[in-house]
Design a protein around this ligand. Structure first.
Ligand SMILES: [Fe+2]
Length: 260
């Protein structure tokens, strides 16, 4: 299937600020790969507060603007927006003003758990963020060891108002059969609402978003794949996304970003 627009809400395309792209040259190569995959709009989401990387809101916005200017100069048809992959911490509420949402008004935010576990305070933090008006979108739950062991944990987060993002590579088997099976199960049970690349570098962690969406269309139906894409658009526009509603909803005429 073909998408006129393809929105990728998780990637490490900005140069030199985390374990993603190391240089402007590599970022441009990633951009070209994204375009080749059909991606038209991308949310740059460097790691933030994960013990290794701190990427303040203002710095990400500035770098993102510079990168967009370079893309425009090179006539690469890709729109880049500033975001963060926010690692869960006990003091996120105190740091709230320095956090970037998926959308401009921070109705949604990418929230990363440690790979090994789900912190005991995660449920409380999701509640606190929602109280601030932000719905957390849990990054790649299929790669979290505790959720892998017990999918009910993810079910509960979704029931409590969070959303979740599946990584395209996981779905098509790039992290092994077990992760692929879990990813399939999450899609089947509507435990994830978007699929994103989480691209870091080439050729290792690349763009396979179209491939994953096509695989979803093949495994389930085209409507489900379209719903994932539509949800990504809704999130970047700050529009409502229902956790369990995967029937495609017609796009509004006027959106916050003029691209849509
Ligand atoms: Fe990431």
């Amino acid at each position: 299937m073909h998408f006129d627009k393809l929105v990728d809400l998780h990637c490490h395309i900005l140069p030199g600020i985390d374990d993603g792209s190391e240089s402007l040259e590599k970022s441009l190569a990633l951009a070209q790969a994204a375009i080749a995959d059909g991606v038209t709009h991308i949310l740059a989401t460097p790691h933030h507060l994960d013990n290794q990387y701190v990427n303040h809101k203002a710095d990400v916005i500035k770098l993102c603007d510079q990168f967009q200017a370079e893309l425009d100069r090179q006539k690469l048809p890709l729109s880049v927006f500033a975001g963060q992959e926010v690692h869960i911490n006990g003091d996120l509420i105190e740091k709230y003003d320095d956090l970037l949402g998926i959308d401009e008004d921070k109705h949604y935010m990418l929230l990363e758990f440690p790979h090994g576990e789900v912190p005991a305070y995660a449920k409380r933090m999701i509640f606190d963020l929602r109280k601030k008006g932000t719905t957390p979108v849990i990054c790649h739950p299929e790669r979290n060891h505790e959720i892998q062991e017990n999918l009910d944990l993810l079910y509960e987060f979704i029931e409590n108002g969070a959303l979740a993002q599946l990584t395209a590579t996981s779905y098509i088997g790039g992290f092994g059969e077990h992760v692929a099976e879990l990813s399939h199960k999450m899609v089947e049970h509507n435990l994830v609402q978007i699929i994103a690349s989480d691209a870091h570098n080439l050729p290792g962690r690349k763009f396979v978003l179209s491939e994953a969406l096509n695989q979803v269309a093949q495994d389930f139906d085209a409507a489900k794949a379209q719903a994932f894409e539509a949800n990504a658009e809704k999130l970047i526009n700050g529009d409502y996304v229902a956790a369990h509603d995967y029937s495609p909803i017609p796009m509004k005429k006027k959106k916050k970003f003029f691209f849509f």
